[in-house]
Design a protein around this ligand. Structure first.
Ligand SMILES: [Zn+2]
Length: 418
């Protein structure tokens, strides 16, 4: 009898020890998640970063005005964005026309996801300082769109005041808002909890167990697609694309249309943060036709483009770059999305952590926080995910941008379309 008990204990031990080991490993990795940046800090790069929407907008306007003194014909203007809470929200524009023979235009847009506008602003300021010159303007016009979602930028949200994700809401026809995301109801409960946000609760500390259970059940690509595709049914839910276009998406159509009118080729770069390996600039477009793909490959020759053949790829509707393309459907259109990675979301633990940070933020916004301290923690984690405080990270992503801009802007400027 004693022997039987002994064997049972050994067998249970053999099964339990690895399970406990794996759970402990994930528990530590998940709850102590942090990433180091071992890059040199260049003070000149840091000067491009601002710490509030108002400062960012001020700098953008200042540089726009400097450019209008240098290049007559430059247009600087703004579009107010209505809000129930704030009467001082604007999208700001700077358009520098190309020479008479220029038949191309580059559009550089930021802040479609509100607080990603911090990095978008820095990259736009860096671009304005370093890449606008007579040689470039000989071949192409330049159009900068600053802070497409000023509410989200100012109030540290990714979405608009109506909880709408503008990168799922940017459409020119109403069909978009009828899109059904078949997978979303399956993940609804996982990503939209309905009580006060409490990051220290047992359920949150062991969130990775629930997430991994879902990954095992549905597979990572299926789960990623269901979550990230966007949904048009649940206004309180994550990745909500809206029931209709948000006011600025409506108002931007004639503006973009008029500015692009004299040009035959439109190249649009939309700036984002968070997705991908920390500190790396990813070229991450939504799928495009073969002919467009070829042109993108010419412009970004020498760089890796994430085409969607990897497991961590997903597609979505209502994206802002695609919408600029629809407005210009009679022209050659080349979209690109820049994603500055912050959370190593290409790893399992990084992607689970990213999802969890977003869940808690959305949950707190709708159902409140358990305590003031919980609110601070959730908002701080959220900010770190989209705008890391690390100086090494900030400095490095400007270096990454420089490498890509130096080469690809030249390749775009010389692009011949016959
Ligand atoms: Zn984004």
């Amino acid at each position: 009898m004693k022997k039987v008990i002994k064997i049972s204990v050994i067998i249970i031990g053999i099964i339990l020890i690895p399970v406990i080991g794996v759970i402990s490993y994930f528990y530590v990795a998940f709850n102590n998640f942090s990433l180091e940046d071992e890059y040199q800090v260049n003070e000149n790069n840091l000067a491009y970063f601002n710490e509030s929407y108002n400062e960012a907008r001020y700098d953008f306007k200042l540089k726009s005005n400097e450019l209008s003194l240098k290049y007559p014909g430059t247009k600087t203007f703004e579009l107010p964005v209505m809000s129930n809470k704030d009467t001082n929200l604007t999208i700001d524009f700077c358009f520098i026309p190309g020479s008479k023979k220029a038949d191309k235009i580059i559009i550089l847009s930021s802040g479609v996801h509100g607080l990603e506008g911090y990095v978008g602003n820095a990259v736009q300021l860096f671009f304005m300082d370093n890449y606008i010159n007579d040689e470039f303007l000989e071949n192409a016009g330049i159009f900068l769109i600053h802070s497409v979602n000023p509410y989200g930028f100012k109030y540290t949200r990714r979405v608009t005041e109506n909880n709408v994700d503008l990168n799922r809401n940017s459409g020119i026809d109403k069909e978009l808002y009828q899109t059904k995301n078949e997978g979303y109801p399956k993940v609804y409960d996982l990503i939209n909890p309905k009580e006060k946000a409490n990051p220290g609760s047992i359920a949150n500390r062991f969130f990775f167990v629930k997430a991994i259970k879902n990954i095992v059940k549905e597979s990572m690509p299926v789960l990623r697609q269901a979550v990230l595709q966007g949904q048009y049914e649940f206004p309180e839910g994550m990745y909500y694309g809206g029931k209709d276009s948000e006011p600025q998406i409506q108002d931007l159509i004639p503006i973009i249309d008029t500015i692009c009118d004299p040009y035959q080729t439109v190249f649009a770069i939309d700036l984002h943060t968070a997705y991908g390996e920390r500190g790396k600039l990813h070229l991450f477009p939504n799928p495009v036709e073969e002919s467009v793909k070829k042109r993108m490959e010419i412009i970004f020759e020498g760089f890796q483009i994430d085409w969607g053949d990897s497991d961590d790829f997903y597609t979505y509707s209502g994206d802002f770059a695609g919408y600029i393309g629809k407005i210009n459907n009679d022209k050659v259109f080349i979209p690109m999305l820049f994603e500055y990675g912050t959370m190593d979301s290409q790893t399992t633990i990084g992607s689970i952590k990213s999802l969890h940070v977003m869940i808690l933020e959305n949950q707190g916004e709708h159902y409140g926080f358990k305590s003031e301290g919980d609110m601070k923690k959730v908002k701080n984690d959220f900010m770190e995910m989209y705008y890391p405080s690390s100086e090494a990270w900030k400095s490095h992503i400007i270096d990454e941008t420089k490498i890509i801009f130096d080469k690809s802007l030249k390749q775009f400027s010389e692009l011949e379309l016959k």
